[in-house]
Design a protein around this ligand. Structure first.
Ligand SMILES: [Ca+2]
Ligand SMILES: [Ca+2]
Length: 332
């Protein structure tokens, strides 16, 4: 189902991700029965024994540089945005998924994207009508500064920065190296909860189903993204690794929500299932059980197709990644 080229990419990417953090050069990754395509899903099987293995290149230092083309304003705004009740279409059609493959081919390593890549986006099927009640969602990803308050209160777990991720321990950037339970615990402490997958998609795509948080057309300066390449980091947006939350104002949704595409991918509440239930739904909360939890929005190591508002990632809830954080939601 998947081409050898993609397997080679996934294998080399694994080797690269580990070698970048300065640990002993690993033996080539053993062949896997079902090598994953170049999506977030490919990272799920290689859970690190320690957080170092989840850390990307250390060359970023503070992870940012600011070319003149990037306006790094962190304009103050409300901590949360109210999304009014209504219906929207969740998920993607076959045509939209084919377009995602086209987007993949535009990446630097796009020659490795073939039509079979379509399989990796098939988890967005099928489009279905969802009605959501009013809800609040955080305007930004949860920052290190905010998360630290919960740690100080004795209710949240300190992220394992000491294991090689000290450069991510900066107050203005999103907290990373957090498990799904860490995220859930923080949101409860803050008086909320993780957004449902449907709420997250509604926030990112709006009621009319735009492709990206800012609109329908990809713009590399509107999100802190990465790329499909052996080097997954891309500082063309001004940031090699984490950006302070709300840095890319042009990528804000019309509702005023920041970084729903890129920077850190975000845990949401739902268990992951590779296909949506058919039929319409009201305030869906996902499957009753599962092994993995859903991730949304792409990150600073992923390229354009994975930054779409409909794109879905997934991983074990105990996993911790240097490109993964969360934001909270609340009932209205
Ligand atoms: Ca970037
Ligand atoms: Ca994000």
């Amino acid at each position: 189902m998947r081409p050898a080229a993609l397997f080679v990419l996934a294998t080399l990417a694994s080797i690269f991700a580990v070698s970048m953090v300065g640990v002993a050069a690993p033996a080539p990754a053993p062949p896997q029965p079902q090598p994953a395509p170049p999506t977030r899903a490919r990272r799920a099987p290689r859970l690190p024994a320690s957080p170092e293995a989840a850390l990307p290149a250390s060359g970023g230092g503070q992870g940012a540089r600011s070319p003149a083309s990037v306006v790094a304003l962190r304009a103050p705004g409300p901590p949360a945005v109210l999304v009014r009740a209504g219906s929207f279409t969740m998920g993607s059609s076959e045509v939209e998924i084919a377009h995602a493959v086209t987007l993949c081919k535009l990446e630097p390593g796009g020659d490795l994207c073939v039509d079979e890549t379509e399989a990796s986006f098939a988890n967005e099927l099928v489009p279905h009508e969802v009605y959501l009640s009013d809800f609040w969602i955080d305007r930004t990803e949860v920052t290190v500064a905010s998360y630290r308050r919960c740690v100080s209160a004795g209710l949240c777990t300190e992220p394992p920065y000491a294991s090689g991720g000290q450069r991510f321990d900066r107050p203005e950037v999103p907290v990373v190296l957090v498990s799904w339970s860490d995220a859930q615990r923080y949101c409860a402490w803050a008086g909320g909860r993780l957004p449902t997958e449907a709420e997250w998609e509604r926030a990112a795509r709006g009621a009319a189903g735009r492709r990206y948080p800012w609109g329908h057309v990809y713009n590399p300066f509107h999100a802190n993204h990465g790329r499909l390449s052996f080097d997954e980091l891309d500082d063309g947006d001004g940031f090699l690794e984490l950006a302070p939350v709300g840095s890319l104002v042009a990528g804000r949704t019309p509702d005023g929500i920041d970084d729903l595409a890129g920077n850190v991918e975000e845990w949401v509440a739902d268990y992951y299932h590779p296909e949506y239930p058919s039929g319409s739904a009201k305030d869906p909360r996902g499957p009753d059980m599962g092994e993995e939890r859903v991730l949304r929005g792409g990150s600073y190591i992923l390229g354009r197709p994975w930054l779409r508002g409909a794109a879905r990632g997934h991983d074990l809830p105990t996993s911790r990644r240097a490109w993964r954080g969360f934001r909270c939601a609340r009932d209205a």
